[in-house]
Design a binder for this molecule. Sequence first.
Ligand code: ADP
Length: 186
Amino acid sequence: MIRYNHLNKFEIFLIVIAIYPGSFDPITLGHLDIIERGSRLFGIVIVAVLRNPNKTPLFTVQQRLEQISLSTQHLPNVEVDSFDGLTVGYAKMRGAQALLRGLRAISDFEVELQMAHTNKTLSTQIETVFLATSNEYSFLSSSVVREVARFGGSVDHLVPSHVALDIYQCYAQNHPVSNPIKTEVI
Ligand code: ADP
């Protein structure tokens, strides 16, 4: 049953824009899962890479933008961009109504809730929307990926395949160890 007779044409076609901010250094399958699910909920999802001069990243902002663009090319309503300064300021500038965030564990919850409350004090118009991680990615973070790769482990099951290649190149590892435990000499 159609329940939106009272809306005018403009209101019916109002598109909710969500910003998914993060460092994505690099993008993981956990991030991608949130982006894919978010793209089914929102009209447009803008994946926004934070330019943070205080951090020394594994990949440059440009490399991360390319990695995310390639990973999301099957999603027509997903856009990739970078920003600096306050996320809320960027969201306003892009005309977004929502900030999309992922929740993995209690530790995420505390930080994310504090951030959401802070952002609410900066703009009452922008809502933070949390998506719970999918079970299979609940342990996964960019730092876990970097750590595994740094010690020669395979990250093929943690990131999109082209990102895995970038990572191996970065650590100059052409032959990652797919199961380090099996290779141990006992
Ligand atoms: P990370 O925490 O991996 O370094 P970011 O800072 O780029 O990644 O995180 C951006 C957002 O994505 C945060 O809201 C974070 O909680 C969420 N996120 C990261 N990894 C996952 C995952 N595996 N499942 C769900 N959400 C995630």
